[in-house]
Structures are given as structure tokens and as C-alpha cells.
Design a protein around this ligand. Sequence first.
Ligand SMILES: [Zn+2]
Length: 241
Amino acid sequence: MKKSIALSCLVLMFSPVFSQQGNLVSTQVDPGYFITHTREDLMSKLMDLPCGIKPDDPVKTILQKVEVFLNAFIPEAEYTDDAFAKAANIQALKSVKQGGYGIGSVLIDKNGTIIAAAHNSQIQEHRSDLHAEMTLMTKFEKSPKARKYMNLYVYKPGLTVFSSAEPCPMCFIRISTAGCDTKYCTPGPEDGMVTRISCLPPSWQEMALKQKVEIGDCSPVMQKLSHLLFYSYLLDNRGPQ
Ligand SMILES: [Zn+2]
């Protein structure tokens, strides 16, 4: 990688989050919150959530408490994407309870109706590609109802993939290739591709920017929960050893 490109990628990694329309999107959570490297750090953030989690709770109990909280959570009306954040987090939690990674996605039509939902299934199905967005799109594209929403492999305008976490390079390119808009709940300072679009090869960058690409308008608690579910693998060190 050329030095100038590497530098611009580095700058982007530490830049505030901007939508592709150029507006600063406030995450309303300290950006440092979205970096978690240890189980201790994860537990401390989980205990700060209003779920009643205690330091010695076993993983099963932690997940039960998160589930009770999430199911009872009423999306906050002032955040226009909070209902999608809740739906994506419910998917993420479903995966964690199955022993998988905690990322969920939903597909939204132009009227704001959720028409498909899925979660990461890499561990469950022993497949390296089954991130939440990939699982969502693969399952949807195989379903009979997809014909109404697709033109061959391209989705008709107005569909959005909403993910609990900022899509990775693989998923972001898949979403762009399909012609869907991209939205997500929690930023991925260490892995997300959306805030690094300028690092893509020019033609991929051009294709990605044909659609809307932005962080969702979600409440702080949903953003935090999305992040903590993403990093929940630190609870029991699940995944390849
Ligand atoms: Zn991905």
C-alpha cells in the first residue's frame, strides 16, 4: 500500500463519523466506548447497562438478563432507527445464545417495513462467509419473495440493509454490489468499512457511493448494546482456538 493511501486510511480511522452526505453524525456515545479488547472491559460495560448484570454472573445469566432487557425495550421515538436497532440486536443476541457471534441484520423496504432478518452464522454453520449481512442476503435471495424486490442479482431501489454493527469490507462490498442502502447501529472503529470508503479501489468506491451509506439514528443504549453483543465472544473466548 502506498504511503499516501495508508495515511489517508489512518486519518479516516480516527476521524469523526460522517454520513456520505457530509453531515457529522453524532454517536452521542464517547467514541472510545466502541473499542473493547478484554473480558474485564466488556464486563464493566455490561454491568453499566440497565440490565442488572453482576460481576460473577455466568454467561448464561448475563445473556438472560440482556434478553429480558432487550425484549422489554421500547424504541426511543426521538431516534428514527431505534426500532431497527432493536430488531438487529435481537438477531445478534439469538446468535450469541446459539454459541455464535453477536451481529444481526435486517432488510428494510422503502416503507420502513422489515422484510427479512438474520444473524451471523459462521460458528453455527462452519462457514467463513456467513457474517450477519451475508446470511441475511443469501437467505433472502434464495426465498421466493425476493423476486418482487430484485432485478436478477440487483435489489430494486429503496431497500436498506440495517446491521447492528458497521459492515466489514466483505459485507459492505456485497451490499454495494446488490444496490442496497447501508445503515448500522454501532460504529466499527477497528473493523468497519463504511467509514473507510475512500480506501476502496476507485470503481468500487464509485459503486458504493451510488447508494445511501450512513450510521443509523439510534439511541445510546442500543448503540452500546450492539457493540457489547459484537464483542460478547470475549465472555467465553468462543471461535477458532
Ligand atoms: Zn461482514
